[in-house]
Design a binder for this molecule. Sequence first.
Ligand code: G3I
Length: 360
Amino acid sequence: MGPMKAGFFVALVFLFFLPIFFIFTFGQVPDTPVAAQPEAIGVTLRQLAQKRNLQIGAAVNIGPLLNNPNYQQVLAREFNVVVPENAMKFETIHPQRDRFLFQELDTMLNFAEANQMELRLHPLVWDEQLPAWLVRGNFSREELMDILKEHIQTIIKRYRGKSRYIDVVNEGIARDGSLRDTIWLRGIGPEYIDLSFIWAHEADPAAKLFFNEFSAEELSIKSDAVYDLVAGMLKRGVPIHGVGMQMHKGLHNKPKMAEVAKNVARLNQLGLEVQITEMDVAIKGAVGETQLQEQAQIYGETMRMCLEAAKCSAVILWGFSDRYTWMTSLIGEGGSPLIFDEFFRPKPAYQALKEELLRN
Ligand code: G3I
């Protein structure tokens, strides 16, 4: 074999093994840099949202934020709010009783600031992703109160003045409308919710404090319970400023938008702000043009509902590219729930959000 032929052969072998190398190393095929080029995009979601004074955000995953330039580029181009998907979970940020680890959240803040975006803090008080020291600690009521107060105030004080919106209590209501059975309810009692908001407000009086809930977007026993809870808090003078509606939906579970609008309206009438905080729309099974159009319609209708509401100040998605979504682990397949595909190409859902933002 001559040197030309040998070179050709080596190149062939290289090209053949490159994708295999990527799959073994990163678990995925490499994404195409071409897909993230802004020329094909025109006006961005972020530019359109800004004109309407709407926050448009995405939950952010630390891995691709550090390692994937396409991810960084699309995030900064299309969104003006960064939400830590996992960086502020108790086990990550407070892994030992006397030790906080702010590195991941600081990275997100730096990214946000460098790109004139906001950081939304999520979540302070939740029953998932708790460290073993806390779960197995057998703490007394007083100890648990000390721990929770310190957790809340240490995090808020560090980001005081740098984050306007905070999910203080996350997922505190059960499906039947009772208070969710959590480590905080068992250990402290129902007053843990009021206390958390009071401690948060003490740490940053200027921050807008939210109660964030899933499957409470429509009218139901659960959303009635959220309404009663926050109405009661306002009556008691507890500093709460808004309710987060997560909006994890699917083609099998479409939102009844008229009910969502009524629910938002009644919360607004209490004087509370509402935000869509974790939207995604799962497609179970085959993903074809029909499914993508149905998905787009749900995104579009949600955006319209928010724009038409008296006080719905944000539409935040739980990720933005189908390449990185929590659903991969949940339903075994991707669910393709977001507005960019795995190669960061805009899907019909992206166009649907834009159309609603462009509508008069
Ligand atoms: O970090 C560990 C890693 O060390 C380990 O090897 C791996 C093995 O499973 O797990 C990794 O932790 C995972 C973590 O995400 C970080 O990727 C957990 O297993 C996994 O359970 C965890 O899931 C997160 C979930 O909250 C926890 O309940 C999702 O990424 C995150 O998107 C999701 O976010 C929540 C919101 O905060 C609240 N509302 C619902 C929403 C979706 O569930």
